[in-house]
Write a protein that binds this ligand. Structure first.
Ligand SMILES: [Fe+2]
Ligand SMILES: [Fe+2]
Length: 373
């Protein structure tokens, strides 16, 4: 463990050491310059109990210690996911299906590092001693030691099927989180979001195109791809947090984290169901994208489906309950057998890994663009 971090320079040195450990050197990063980026945002608090007041520029302006602590925690969790995903994706460079894909992976990871850097910047520059401790911890936990804060970010990304399903659905969750933070009452956090959201859209696009390119090539069995959908989407549901969440309600009341559709939704927020609301919007978006990928599957062949929202949950009211991927409540022994059938097992992972050696497993980006996918 490194010495106690006390300055931004110390943190930056520690970041360099982390990059070397994870292998984010050479052509993986190129001459990319890591920096914090801020856009202008609406100057007033837009929801919650402080609505209409000026956004807080510094921690000293935050009216309550509990709000300050909640804000610091939201930033730390966001930063944790950013560095975690780079750790998860660190071993994929050698099996990139094309130079285009290598460059896309390198860009995604550079931007995730920048997002983590941005969150660390806020912690170190605004939250004093405790913020510096949190910023250091962002570089101490490891996805592959299962010590990251949220479940999705402790799962293995073994191959490019994993990566493309991950960017389609887990980065999409990221978009939801960033958008919810984009109207935060803490101005430096709100101002961090527009540049991050612009970068994030490339990650989602990589995943969405990638799924369609897999389907278009017609090599990977839909059943195998479906197992990866089941794996990642069930963890994505968990990322929206518990049902009837008290902390989500406080984050809303404090003005720290809005609804995903805060700007467009004139109805007053149901403060007791904020996580459920965001999760439902996410499921609706995911369902549409899956339907659009299904249109590339020839008639008469199995289609991709979205797992039931209760399937394989570790968080919330359905946590640990034996729901099937298609929404049936199973006896526990049958559920155990079901999981083996619908989630990637060792043989599935080996099969998926083997596809990485077949250059035809995925259609080129050009071929997809040509069919207007
Ligand atoms: Fe990100
Ligand atoms: Fe991302």
């Amino acid at each position: 463990m490194a010495a106690k971090v006390v300055t931004w320079q110390d943190w930056s040195d520690y970041f360099e050491a982390w990059k070397r450990e994870i292998g984010m050197v050479g052509e993986h990063v190129g001459d990319y310059r890591f920096e914090a980026r801020f856009d202008d945002v609406h100057p007033e608090i837009e929801f919650g109990d402080f609505r209409g007041a000026r956004k807080w520029e510094t921690v000293l302006e935050i009216p309550d210690q509990r709000i300050r602590d909640a804000c610091e925690y939201l930033i730390a969790v966001q930063g944790d996911t950013e560095f975690a995903s780079v750790e998860q994706q660190r071993a994929l460079y050698d099996t990139a299906p094309s130079d285009y894909d290598f460059q896309a992976l390198a860009r995604v990871n550079r931007e995730e590092m920048r997002h983590g850097y941005q969150m660390a910047y806020l912690l170190v520059h605004h939250f004093g001693e405790s913020g510096r401790r949190e910023a250091q911890k962002l570089l101490e936990r490891r996805a592959f030691k299962r010590s990251r804060l949220l479940g999705s970010f402790n799962e293995d990304v073994d191959n490019w099927i994993d990566f493309l399903v991950f960017t389609q659905f887990i980065d999409r969750d990221g978009k939801f989180q960033l958008k919810m933070l984009s109207r935060s009452a803490f101005a430096p956090l709100a101002r961090s979001m527009p540049p991050m959201l612009r970068e994030e859209s490339f990650h989602l696009g990589t995943g969405n195109d990638g799924i369609k390119r897999i389907v278009r090539a017609g090599k990977v069995p839909i059943g195998l791809l479906q197992k990866y959908f089941n794996k990642w989407l069930s963890t994505a549901y968990d990322l929206f947090g518990v049902d009837h969440s008290g902390s989500a309600q406080w984050a809303y009341v404090y003005g720290l984290k809005g609804r995903y559709d805060e700007g467009e939704n004139p109805a007053p927020a149901d403060r007791s169901q904020l996580n459920e609301h965001a999760r439902e919007l996410f499921v609706a978006e995911a369902r549409q994208l899956i339907e659009s990928a299904n249109r590339l599957i020839p008639e008469g062949q199995p289609k991709l489906t979205i797992p039931d929202i209760r399937f394989n949950r570790r968080i919330g009211g359905y946590a640990g309950q034996p729901w099937s991927v298609d929404g049936r409540l199973l006896p526990p022994e049958e559920h155990a057998r079901h999981l083996v059938l619908v989630l990637p097992q060792r043989a599935d992972i080996e099969l998926a890994n083997a596809f990485m050696k077949d250059p035809a497993w995925i259609a080129s980006k050009k071929a997809l663009d040509a069919v207007g996918g």
